[in-house]
Write a protein that binds this ligand. Structure first.
Ligand code: HEC
Length: 143
């Protein structure tokens, strides 16, 4: 009988541990995203997302993008006319096929938290990024 109690207790402990590991937030995602941004985005959009004159739109403080918009623009690039703060842009943003889903997740988290300074934005996870990538059409224009 005692053996069974011990077994039940250890199964319980394992279940709780597994749950805690599964629930653990993706800490470090924003920090990793900063490095990805520095390599793949900073040259054009600037350190704080301030943009570059009439060529590159600023991407600061604009919490109007859905996750899908960011995810798809990062992987497939984007083009077409764009109006930001009274300025018209009509450039081409190159695709980033070399970034994997984890790097895109980190980048999205960094852009939302630190560039767009969205305090209430929750961090996105890998599954959400993968789901959105499935729905991208090439050079999906942002709304
Ligand atoms: C070669 C320069 C270049 C690089 C590198 C670049 N972008 Fe862009 N980005 C642009 C241009 C140009 C546009 C505007 C495209 C248009 O007119 O539709 C743009 C548009 C955007 C937009 C939409 C802006 C809006 O107001 O709707 C977002 C968001 C964005 N970029 C994020 C990023 C991120 C994140 C990265 C890093 C993976 C990145 N960009 C890398 C040039 C660049």
């Amino acid at each position: 009988m005692n053996k069974w109690v011990a077994l039940l207790v250890s199964v319980g402990i394992l279940a709780v541990a597994a749950f805690l590991i599964w629930r653990k937030p993706e800490s470090g995602s924003v920090a990793r995203g900063k490095a990805v941004y520095a390599t793949h985005c900073l040259n054009c959009h600037g350190e704080k997302g301030e943009g570059l004159g009439k060529l590159i739109p600023p991407i600061q403080d604009q919490n109007r993008w859905e996750i899908a918009d960011l995810v798809c623009s990062i992987r497939y690039g984007r083009k077409g006319e764009l109006q930001v703060g009274g300025q018209r842009y009509d450039g081409i943003m190159p695709p980033n096929f070399e970034l994997d889903e984890g790097e895109i997740r980190d980048l999205v988290n960094y852009v939302r938290k630190e560039i767009q300074t969205c305090a209430q934005c929750e961090e996105v996870g890998l599954v959400e990024v993968e789901k959105n990538l499935l729905n991208c059409t090439l050079a999906r224009p942002l709304r």
